[in-house]
Structure formats: structure tokens, C-alpha cells
Design a protein around this ligand. Sequence first.
Ligand SMILES: O=C(O)C1=C[C@@H](OP(=O)(O)O)[C@@H](O)[C@H](O)C1
Ligand SMILES: C=C(OP(=O)(O)O)C(=O)O
Length: 409
Amino acid sequence: MTSYFLHKSSGLFNERIALASSKSESNRALILNALTGFKSELKNLSSARDTQTMIRLLQSTEETADVLDAGTTMRFLTAFFTATNTPKIMTGTPRMCERPIGILIDALKTLGAEIEYLEKPGYPPHKIHGFTDQKTNQLEIRGDVSSQYISALLMIAPTLPQGLEIQLTGEIGSIPYITMTIRQMEAFGVKVEADWKAKTLKVKPQTYTPVTYQIESDWSGASYWYSMVALASHPETKIELLGLKLNSLQGDSAIADIMVHLGVKSTFTKDGVLLEKIPAAKDFRWNFSDCPDLTQTVAVILAALRIEGELTGIESLKIKETDRVLALQNELKKIGAELVEVEKNLKYKVTNFKAYTEIPQIATYDDHRMAMAFAPLCQLGDVIIEEPGVVAKSYPSFWDDVKKITEIK
Ligand SMILES: O=C(O)C1=C[C@@H](OP(=O)(O)O)[C@@H](O)[C@H](O)C1
Ligand SMILES: C=C(OP(=O)(O)O)C(=O)O
């Protein structure tokens, strides 16, 4: 096993960080570009492995597409290869084959596609045989499992001969990711009629227009720098994060609002956003349904600053790169904190703070966000992060950036 030893940071830094660009925006732009016949110009595509995998698989003529551990790549490509009637075997890491895809595949089959599960029904690997005749343009989709199924269907919708009308049912999680999809589709010249009250999404048959499209820096990756500033000991500490916009497509820009309560002020500059320390609140509650990927960052900040916090809207965390609820429960204990389930699946608390003496050695569960969320503990003391290479999924240069503010061995 490899691990990194992060030495305690001095707590005083004034850095400019060029973040990785958003893998969510990149992976949508890549699908939309493919649907323009690869005629668009995409600027600032992410170096994230999830995006590099998408690029590779869109170019590949091989029979099998292995998405590794990239959720969007799996879901978006499954819809894309179906809509373009491209026979493919879709597979991924063992964990990817435990992440459900049945809702998307049922929807594609209802539209008329022929898709076969190769192992366990409802999960990858699966084989897309083809799609010739659209049987219907009406779909009913649950909104409470993953928004990625909905984004995947929306992006192919204008290319379907009859278009598509989606009726969403139940609670809808990760809504900003659906609106990100809609706004990017609009940038490629296509209209979506969204009625959030009626929970309907309607797309008529339309043609995508090739465009020049600029991808923004990654707000999810920005969250770890908010955490570094929040936990830093010196009041003059500052970080400027480059390439972020106030008017972002990314729901994870909510980190700027969240951190007003947890000790960081954001000021937009001509190049990005400047983070500075301010006093933190004594308690905290937040619903993460719109920004599930921020949960780990915030849970670690609460534990590190000993702020009692109530977290809701985190149901989807159990089916991500790992069961993130369980992973947090295990690892927060190493810094004398607990993540307690107070209402089954609905409400959690970061609480029961105790002193700890050992240098925390954090397991990362093949989950980039476990490594990056716990790294800011270097502001409190030494910390060991196991399997640090996991960050490559979304932010390959993360450790190079961390080296600007602390020593890593
Ligand atoms: O569409 C996207 O780009 C994403 C949607 C979210 O997933 P869910 O919709 O499954 O919550 C998020 O967690 C993931 O990192 C990226
Ligand atoms: C959940 C994530 O990604 P995906 O679902 O695309 O694998 C993530 O990046 O935190």
C-alpha cells in the first residue's frame, strides 16, 4: 500500500491555485460535441481520469467500453451508444458493477433499445445490441436514485425521431446537475422545456449546433481549498482559486454559501475567487441533496472544528465510489468524531467529539473525495492519507497543489 505523510502546515499561506476543470461539464460537453459530429471546439477540458476515459471511449472502435470508475462516463455513454445504434459491451471496475443502472436501462428499453445484462440484472456489465425503432416518447423516471440517468436521457433526447417527454417521480436529487445538462444543451443550440412544478422535461426532435465551448474550473475540487483555509491556524491566510465564476453551472458552487457559516469568505476577482478567513458559527445544518459531492468536505470540516452539524439529503452517498456514509463513519472516528444516523437514511449528525492522540491514518476506499476531504487535516497536525493516487479520478494535480502549502512525504 502506498500512503502520503502530510506534515502539519504552518497555517499561514497566500497561494494562487489553478484548479482542474470540471469533469461534469467536460463529460457533458464531450457527449454534446459527439452529437454535433465532433465538429465543436471544446476549451479547457478536464485532465480528470473520468474525462480522459470519456475521450478515449468516444474515439474507440473496440467492442468493449471499460469506463473504470467513472459514473457519468458509464451512464452518458450507455445512452449515447444506444441512441447512435452502436453495439457495445459496457463495463467498469468491480465497484462500478455494484452501482445501479437499471433505471436508465429500463428507460432505454422502453424507448425500443435492445440491451442485455451480462451478470446481475440492474447493474453493469451490459451489452447494447442496438436501437432502430423508437416505440414511444413518454418515460417515467424516478428522481431519487441518480440524476445521471436523467442527464443521459436528456442529452440524447433531441436526436430521437419522436423527441422525449420525461415525467419525473418522487424526490429529485442532484437537481443542479440536471440544470447543468439543460444549460449545456442550450449552449449547443437545443431547447428543453422544463417544468419543475409538474416535474416534466420535454425535448422536441432538434439538431445540435457545433459551437466553441469553454469549460469552467471545478467547484467540487475548490471545496478542499475552502477546507484548507477554514482549518488553517493563521487569520491572514488566503487562497485565490483561479477559473471559477460567480454565475456557475455547477451546483457545488454552493460551497461559497456553506463556508460563510464555517469560517471562509469568498470574494470574486477577475481571475477567480479569493478565500479569506472569517469567524465560524457554533452549529450548522445543511441539506446536501443539491450538492452531494460536498458532503465529505463539510463533514470533515465540522469534525475538525468541533462544530455540531446536522446533515440531510445524503441518501445517494451510499451508491457512489464507495458507501461514503460508512467510509465517513469509519474515518471520522480517527479524529475523535462520529457521524451518527439520527433518522434512518434521512438525518445524520457530526457529533460526540473526543480528544485523539495518534496521527490519523485515513483509508480512502478507492474514493478520490475521501482522500481530498481528509487532506486539510494537515492544518491541525500530521496526517497520513492511504492510496493518495485515487485523486486522479477528478483532480490529478491535487497533491502538487497541496505541496504548495505543506510538506508531503
Ligand atoms: O451528473 C454529474 O456530473 C454528477 C451527478 C452527481 O451524481 P448523482 O446524480 O448520482 O447524485 C454527482 O454526485 C456526480 O459526481 C456527478
Ligand atoms: C460521484 C462521483 O462521480 P461519478 O458518480 O461520476 O462516478 C464523484 O465525482 O464524486
